[in-house]
Design a protein around this ligand. Sequence first.
Ligand SMILES: [Cu+2]
Length: 163
Amino acid sequence: MKRVVVKCLLSILVLGGSAWALGDDNHGTKGQSGADAHAVDLGEPGDPTQVTRTIAVQMSDAMRYTPANVRVKRGETIRFAVRNAGVLKHELVLGTAKELKEHAELMRKFPEMEHADPNMISVEPGKSGELVWRFTRAGRFDFACLQPGHYEAGMVGKVIVKR
Ligand SMILES: [Cu+2]
């Protein structure tokens, strides 16, 4: 529930809340386009005891993820094993392209802002972290690092969720 509250506040702040006025039922088929994917289509925090697959992702100070493209099947619960190979703090935030762009702008305006949500993991330099997520809808989603300036430098990846 905490996630919903946080996300709603954020979306009211940056989207005027309009995306959340829509129902959850009718737009699952539009997910392929990416641009109009809704945050609710992304899925939900995964149960760590129900993980179907682990995907290792490395983050670097070159502002890149390796791999930058991840393919999953709808219904899979993925454990992202995220390693920060750099000397800067990095993070992996799952979201829609629109949502991440707006969030990144917010982070740039308020660099001291601490953010924590179930759809993200922040990893200190040289450390590793885990993010468990269940993808419930087919579509194209993004992940990005929202440390100030990193998104703008191209620290973005894609998740393609197949039916
Ligand atoms: Cu980063």
